[in-house]
Design a protein around this ligand. Structure first.
Ligand code: SF4
Length: 73
């Protein structure tokens, strides 16, 4: 897979969400620069728009995606 199309504007990718750089770098490699369609932030943005993505949603929190969609829909 390729880089996520949202890299430039994504708070997670631009280090605004966590002070754990090792973990963040791991997620960046696995999601942002590889399998971005598996990212929870990407899934919510794709389904509901970027404005619906919670500021504290991490790429690996796929368990929250359906709950977020259910709250809004
Ligand atoms: S994969 Fe997810 S966390 Fe990474 S840049 Fe895209 S939306 Fe942001």
């Amino acid at each position: 897979m390729a880089n996520c199309p949202s890299l430039a504007g994504c708070p997670f990718y631009n280090d605004k969400m966590t002070d754990k750089p090792a973990l963040a770098n791991l997620y960046k490699r696995n999601y942002c620069e590889k399998n971005y369609t598996d990212c929870a932030r990407w899934k919510v943005a794709s389904a509901l728009g970027k404005q619906a993505v919670p500021s504290d949603l991490f790429p690996n929190q796929n368990d929250r995606v359906e709950k977020i969609k259910n709250q809004i829909e």
